[in-house]
Design a protein around this ligand. Sequence first.
Ligand code: URA
Length: 437
Amino acid sequence: MNPVELIQKKRDGGELSRDELSFMVLSYTRQSIPDYQMSAFLMACTIRGMTDGEMHDLTDVMLRSGSIIDLSDIPGVKVDKHSTGGVGDKLSILIAPIVASYGIPVPMISGRGLGHTGGTLDKLETIPGFRTDLNVREYADVVRRVGAVLIGQTNDIAPADKRMYALRDVTGTVECIPLIASSIMSKKLAAGIDALVLDVKVGNGALMQDLERATALATALVSIGKQAGKRTLAYITDMNQPIGASVGNWVEIRECVDCLRGERGPLVEDLLELTHLFAGTMIWLGGKAGSVDEGIEMSRASIGSGQAFAKFEEIVAAQGGNPHALLSDTIYPPPLHIVNVQSLQKGFIRSINAREIGLVSVQLGAGRMSLDDTIDPASGIVMHAKVGTSVNIGDTLARVYSNEEQGARPSVERVRRAFVIGPDRPEPIDLVKRIID
Ligand code: URA
C-alpha cells in the first residue's frame, strides 16, 4: 500500500478498510512511515471525521500493536475507571483502595499531567519510593497480592497510541473524538480488564467544553468497550471548578489521605460524592453489590471502617512507597512561599475557572511546560472557597504554594481573577450531567 494514496483517500472523505488503517498505524509504529505523513493522515481524520467502523478498527489495530495483558488467572471481575482529565481530579487514588477493599481487582493504567490537567502518576510519585513503572509481571503480581495497582502506560501497552498521541499533541489533532476514543480505549483494553467506568468531564477545565461533544465522546467510548465485550458505562461529570480543595501533587495526596481517613468538610463534598458514585458503580460491576446505590453505601462504609485507608497503605507499600510518609508533614521542606489570595469583594462565589487554576498550578511547577520539565512536588493551590461559598472582603479564597525564585505574587492575581463573585447565591452544581450506558 502507498501511504500517500491512503492520506488522499481520507482527505477526500473516503472510508478506510481495516487493512488500510492497520498498514498506516503499524508502519508508523515501526517507523517506516515518517512523522510528516502520519501528521497529514491524522489531520485528514480530524477534518473529515471517522466512521464508527473506522474507529472500532483503529482501536483494535492500536490495541494489538502491543501486548494484551492477561489477568484471567486472577479471580473476580477486574474493574477499572478512566477519567478524560480534570483539575484537582484525584478520584482514582481514592477509588482504587475503596473498591479493592471489597476484594474486587482494580488494575489501573493511569496518565501523567497533560496541558492544564493533573496526572495521577505525577501525584503518586510524590510519595517517597512509589514506583509507577512496574513491568507487566510486577503489575499482575500486585493486583493478585493486594487487589489494586496504579501504573503508567508501558512500552508494551498500545505502543502505536504512544507514538500517535505524542504526534497529535504537537500537530493540533488531539480534539478529534474518534481519535481520542480509540486512544483511550486501546490502552484500557490492553490492561486486562473485564469492566470499565468512564468519567467524561465537561466544562471549562475539561478536554470537552460542551455537553454535546462530551456526550459524543462518552458514546464512542462506551460503544468501543461494549464491542470488545467489556461492561462499560460512562458518567459525564462537571468540570467547572477544581474537584475537592487542592490542586497540585503532594497537596492532592494529602487530601486523599484525609478523605480516606474519614475527614471531610464542605470543600471536599464534590470529591467525595464523585468518589462514592464511581466506587459504588465499580463495586456493583464487580458483582459485590446488588445496585449502584448499595455500592455507594459500601464505598462510604469502607472509609468509615478504616479499610480503605489500610488498603491504600498496602498499595503504596506494594509499589515501593513508604506508607509512613502519608501522614508526615515534613517529608518535603515547606514551600518557599505560601501566599493567601484574598477576596476584594463581598458576595457568593459564582464560578471558578478550573482551566485557569490548572494553568497557574502548572506554572507554579506542579505540571510540565515541556516534556523534560520535572515536577515540583510541593507546589500547587489549595482552595479555601468553592462555588456557593459566601465571602467577605479580605477572606481567603485560596493559598498558593510556590518554590519559584520570584515568589508566588505573579500567580496571585491570576488565581484571584479565576473566582467570579456576585451578589446572589448560585444554583447548586449538578455533578453528574448524563449517564451513557
Ligand atoms: N487521553 C488519551 O489517552 N488520549 C487522547 O487522545 C486524549 C486524552
